[in-house]
Structure formats: C-alpha cells, structure tokens
Design a protein around this ligand. Structure first.
Ligand SMILES: Cc1cc2nc3c(=O)[nH]c(=O)nc-3n(C[C@H](O)[C@H](O)[C@H](O)COP(=O)(O)O)c2cc1C
Ligand SMILES: CCCCC(=O)C(=O)O
Length: 373
C-alpha cells in the first residue's frame, strides 16, 4: 500500500501537479514582491521550543473553546473565495471535513455554494466573513440569511479596502470562470470578477467597483445594529488597532496580513502577534492566520497568545486533491502533529502553552529538512 502524504507540504505538491497554472497562481500568490507571503513562513523559524520532561502526557488533548463553542482542535478554516475553483463540491465538502475534525469553518462572502447548503453540511461552528460592500443592502441581506442559517459569528475583513497588486494574476489576466459564482450575491454585483483582460485581474477590478473604501471604525455600529451575532475583525497587525478594536466592543480579533495578498512588506503575521496580544484584554479571543503549516506552527502561535489559528491555502490543496476527504487529511495531519508536539513538549493541552514554551531559535540560516516527505 502506498503511503499518502505525511505533511501538508506533500499535499501541496500533489495539488500543484493537478491544478491549472492560473488557478494555482491565484491561490498560492501574494502581492507585489511576495515578501510578506514569504515572511509569514520564515517568522516561525525564529522560535525554538523548550520541552519540559517528566510530565504525564498519557492523555493529550487538542481541544479548546472559542466564543462559547467547543473545538476538537484549535484550528479554523480561513475564509477563502470560490472553493469550487479547485473542486466541484466547493464549500459543502470543506464544511463536511471541518465538522468531522471539530474545526471551525469561516465561510467567505464569495463562497461558491449557498450559505444554507454550507450550513446544512456543517457539524461544527460556522462563521461568515464579510467585505464592506458599497451595496449595504446586500450586506444586510447576507447578515439576515447567515443568522437564519445558524452561522455563529460575523468576520469583517478590514485589510482590503482594495485588492493588493497580485502580479501573477495581473500577468495571467486572471478572471474567475463564469460557471463558478459567488452564489450568495446578486449576479450583477460580481460580474466584473468574470471579465478577463490582459494585464488586469477580475478579482481586483471587481473589488474596485464593489468594495467601499470609506469604511472606518465608526461604521462598525451599522453592523452591530443589525445583528446580535459576535463580531470578529480580521486583518489587524498593530497594537494601536487592537486597542481600537477592543474599545469598539468587537468580540474577537484575527491577526492577519491576508496571507501576504494585500500590503506587501506588511509585518509577518506571527511577528505582529505579540504586540496585538499585549494590547488586547486577556479575555478577548485572539486568532492568527498566515503561514501555519504544521502542528509545531500551531503550538508556537498559541504560545504567543493566539487561542486558535486559521489555515488558508492548505485547505484548498486538500480540497483539490481529494474533496472532503482531502480537507480531512489536512486537518487530520495538523491534529496528529499538534498532539505529538504537545506530548513531546510536556504541555498536554493547548491551555498549557505560554511564552515559557518558547525561546529564540539560536542559530542563523535556513532550517534543514523542515519540508519533510
Ligand atoms: C485563494 C484565497 C482566497 C482568499 N479569499 C479571502 C476572502 O474572500 N476573504 C478574506 O477575508 N480572506 C481571504 N483570503 C485570505 C485568508 O482568509 C487567509 O487570511 C490567508 O489565506 C491565511 O494565510 P495562509 O494561506 O498562509 O494560511 C484568501 C486567501 C486565499 C489563498
Ligand atoms: C474580491 C475577492 C477577494 C478574495 C480575496 O480576498 C483574496 O483573493 O484574497
């Protein structure tokens, strides 16, 4: 029997081999020189783990709680547009796998399956991500539908008043194929997404047309008035904004640079985590995304103050290679790796992780062998 991939990197290789180049570029790419994209990964190399010994690790748990929900592992699926780009089942398959693993799913406003279909497949906590659309009526309608379908929180992405200059998409003239649609929005609202053009990105043109760049802190009240659902801000990278988020009564914060797809040169997510954690009241849940690829990465983020991490691209690699089973493979590997890390670190549960689990990585230069088989 052939052995399947033993790391997310193995699943990445398999996905790359099968996806069309321009879809691969859209998923994998970052903005401009892709420095922040690379920095998200590199930043994990700056930490070493400090294992404690003679701790009973016969029963390690990866479970945690987040906004009142139980999670089987401190992992959520980051909001990503158009899962059907990589698999015909799209977000319903992702939802099935998340439910099986006890992971959170954050569905995107540009999901290619309906909110109701995603909710029907979902066994665990489900949040909905929003962009601040000029068409506030469409946003209000989505909030109502999300509530009715049982979504448990809203995530407002605040790092995208426009789309970053993603050179791969510009070069490819990338447009979303017309049969894959953001089905939760009026077709007129997303038409530009499907218009290809040399040197242009359909995604970027669409955002220029539809995203409202006047969004400020004062506008959060508009969302608050419309729903009792918890409100999460995604895309915070500084202590200043973390304090403002807390002052404006948000329920959780996601430290994120959008996977290096927005402001190139922005802080690697893990580098921003300590200052954001220090600026937030301790009871306010903090999440991180960007470059999380192993159980060790999860442990490092948790030790620096995150309650949970979100994982983006690897979920699309899993979906591309095996539908719901492929996403389950990704989440299963992360769980296995995290459980091993906790046991060998002498910290049998996520709650046992704090700064004392970490030290600066003491030698310079790239890690050997990290990618694994
Ligand atoms: C293909 C793709 C689509 C994305 N779409 C969205 C989106 O619609 N809304 C959003 O807030 N973030 C979006 N993101 C960003 C992710 O939510 C997340 O911040 C990022 O992918 C995390 O980094 P990682 O991919 O290194 O794990 C997208 C990312 C990718 C790769
Ligand atoms: C207008 C769609 C934006 C999707 C997105 O946020 C991303 O590709 O990163």
């Amino acid at each position: 029997m052939p052995v399947g991939p033993l790391t997310l990197a193995g699943i990445e290789r398999a996905a790359r081999a099968q996806l069309p180049a321009e879809i691969w570029d859209f998923i994998e790419g970052g903005s401009e020189g892709e420095r922040t994209l690379a920095g998200n990964r590199e930043m994990f190399d700056h930490y070493a783990l400090r294992p404690r010994t003679l701790v009973d690790v016969s029963a390690c748990s990866t479970g945690t709680t987040l906004l009142g929900a139980e999670l089987g592992l401190p992992v959520g699926i980051a909001p990503m547009a158009y899962h059907r780009l990589v698999h015909p089942d799209g977000e319903t398959a992702t939802a099935r796998a998340a439910g099986r693993a006890g992971a959170l799913l954050v569905a995107g406003i540009f999901a290619s399956r309906t909110l109701e279909a995603i909710a029907a497949e979902s066994a665990g906590p489900l949040w909905l991500q929003l962009y601040w659309l000029r068409r506030r009526d469409a946003l209000a309608a989505l909030v109502e539908r999300a509530e009715a379908a049982g979504f448990a929180a809203l995530v407002l992405t605040v790092d995208a008043p426009r789309i970053g200059r993603r050179l791969r998409d510009l070069r490819n003239g990338f447009a979303v194929p017309s049969e894959i649609r953001a089905v939760n929005l009026d077709p007129g609202l997303t038409a530009a997404t499907h218009r290809a053009g040399a040197g242009a990105s359909g995604i970027a043109e669409h955002a220029l047309e539809q995203f409202d760049p006047t969004l400020t802190w004062a506008d959060l009240a508009w969302l608050r008035e419309r729903t009792d659902l918890p409100l999460v801000l995604k895309g915070i990278l500084t202590a200043e904004d973390a304090r403002l988020a807390a002052e404006h009564g948000v329920d959780a914060v996601v430290v994120s640079n959008h996977g290096g797809r927005q402001l190139d040169g922005a802080l690697p997510a893990l580098a921003a985590l300590p200052e954001v954690a220090a600026a937030l009241p301790p009871e306010l849940p903090l999440l991180l995304d960007g470059g999380v690829r192993t159980g060790t990465d999860i442990a490092v983020a948790l030790a620096l103050g995150a309650r949970a991490v979100l994982v983006g691209r690897p979920v699309l690699w899993g979906l591309a290679t095996g539908g719901a089973d492929g996403v389950a493979d990704v989440l299963g590997l992360l769980r296995t790796e995290l459980e091993h890390t906790l046991a060998l670190l002498g910290r049998p549960s996520p709650a046992d992780l704090d700064r004392t689990a970490l030290a600066p990585w003491p030698v310079h230069g790239p890690r050997a062998g990290q990618r694994g088989p």
